[in-house]
Design a protein around this ligand. Sequence first.
Ligand SMILES: [Fe+2]
Ligand SMILES: [Fe+2]
Length: 194
Amino acid sequence: MAIALNIIKDEHRSIAAVLHGMQELVRRIRDRGEKVDPRVFRAMLYYLDTFTERMHHPKEDRYLFDPLRHRGAGPDALIAELERDHAEGGNALRRVEQCLIRYEEGGEKEFPEFAGEVERFVEGYWEHMRKEEEHVFPLAEKLLSAADWDAIDRAFKGNADPLAADRDEKDFRKLFSRIVNLAPPPIGVGPASN
Ligand SMILES: [Fe+2]
Ligand SMILES: [Fe+2]
C-alpha cells in the first residue's frame, strides 16, 4: 500500500481513539451518573480541531481527492460527498463545543442535548472514515498511476520542512497524552470518576 494511504490510516486510528473515548465518557455520565472532568472533552475537541480539521482533512483534499478527481467521472459523486463532509466538519465540531459550554455552564439539564450532539458527531465521523477506507482507498489504488503515487508519497514524506513536521508531531503527541492523562480508566490513566 502506498505510504500516503498508510499515513492516512494511522491518522484514522488516532482520530477513532479520541472519538471512541468521547462517546464512552458521554455514555458513562448518562448510564452511570459518573462525573467526568470537562477538561478531557475540551482536550479532545481541541485535538479534533487542530489535528483533523487543520491537517488531516486538508491533506486528504489535496493529495488524495484532487488527483482522483482528475481520473474521470467514476468517483466524482463520492469525492464531492466527502469534500462536503470536510467543509461541514468545522461547523459540526462547533455545534459540539457549543453544547459542551452549555452543559458546563447550565448543568445537568443541558446534558441530553450535549450527549445527542456527541452521538451524531461521532457516528457521522465514523461513517466518513469508513467511506474513505472502504471506497476511496480501493479507488485510489485502482485509478491512480505509479507517477501519481510517486507525487503523493513524495508530498507526504517531504511534508514541508522536517523541523516543522517534527514540532507538529511532538505537539500532537503531547496533546494525545494529555487526553490520556485526563481521561478516567479504561479510556485513559486519569483519576477514576465517581
Ligand atoms: Fe476525510
Ligand atoms: Fe480521513
